[in-house]
Design a protein around this ligand. Sequence first.
Ligand code: GAP
Length: 439
Amino acid sequence: MPNYSLENTNLESLVSLAKRRGFIFQSSEIYGGLSSTWDYGPIGVELKRNVKEQWWKSFVTNRQDIVGIDASILMHPSVWEASGHLSSFSDPLVECKICKKRFREDLIDGNNCPECDGDLGESRQFNLMFKTFMGPLENDSAVVYLRPETAQAMFVNFDNVQTTSRKKIPFGIAQIGKSFRNEITPGNFTYRTREFEQMEMEFFCKANETRKWLEYWSNERLNWFKSLGITEKKLRLRPHGGDELAHYSSACFDIEYEFDFGWSELEGIADRGTYDLDKHTEHSGKKLSYFDQPNNEHFVPAVVESSAGVDRAILTVLADAYHEEEVNGEKRNVLKISPKIAPITVAVFPLMNKNGMPEIAKKIVEDLRSNYSSFYDTGGSIGRRYRRQDEAGTPFGITVDHDTIEDNTVTLRERDTMNQIRVDISKLSNVISDKINEL
Ligand code: GAP
């Protein structure tokens, strides 16, 4: 089962680098792969952890007004009835009468099959939620859904979180977790998949303040992507037209990135009003409101949501960092990932596997490890080791050589400029820190 669409050459080069270096593998590859599902390898999982950590810091750790939760993927089926997902979380599906392939009608150009040009059948609405059964009986009363977004857990837990955290409005609830959508046309590597991770934050405020917070969070979020080192001119904020708005939202901005396959959404920031708390109050019978002590009044808070995809953020980091360069007549592939999120910060190489060089190199790795993610590599020529680390996006390389034995200095190489300087081993940590701060 090959992936649905990888028509773009640069994306193909990225997919092959991602596999070669252990960022991302096709899921179940030895069985031919499972369409649109991907596994993060040893380097990829570090990048993912770093991106999620930056997100969590920006929303939770570094603020007083937002708290986190980690909710179950399986929720009571009534949640999806109340949220509107059972009735309206669907895409228009069309099937080709000739080759029988299925497409999302709104994503294809023209009226014919994009694969074989055959006639397309009638369009019908296809619900994107994955269904399964809870317990041993496979009947209607046992149906549960894999959550299609993490947001609902923050609405249904509003009261639990507000009363236990004693947060005053405005405040937010944040969460990172897996979501599932039975997408009709997944594709473009990890851009649209059926299993993915979301980073969402629901900000509860007074109903007349949503537009202020919508603007605030849109700018904050755009700046967050810039802070990951993403090229600024390839990022933009795009307001939704009235016909694009989701059923729960009255205004929305998308943060978009200019991929090789076009400007595409990375995150949505939406004014959800009181829609969600109202609906859950109506369906559960439990009043979800806020008591404003100074004014002695109860009211239903409105919500401004920031909803980003982890996998799309990772794809953006990789696509933006990917460069093919020519160095001394040879091609160099390099990932210019910000040192803030690079999976490995420093790679240390003994020039030769003798004369005490490996021991010194290993000691440097151990010393640097407490501050920087560090990696020891002894295999192949120094040139090859540099190239491997360039492809892994490692910003700094340190080589222990003959001079090190004499004078305790090493070569420090920077990934992007390939500049090399000699640094005393005792000063390495400070020099690296200064260089990271300069970037
Ligand atoms: N709670 C609102 C919500 O889920 P959304 O626009 O449907 O809004 C938010 O999704 C984000 O989740 C998207 O901007 C995208 O980054 C990510 N996302 C959605 N569907 C995805 C998919 N099939 N594959 C990968 N990421 C996806």
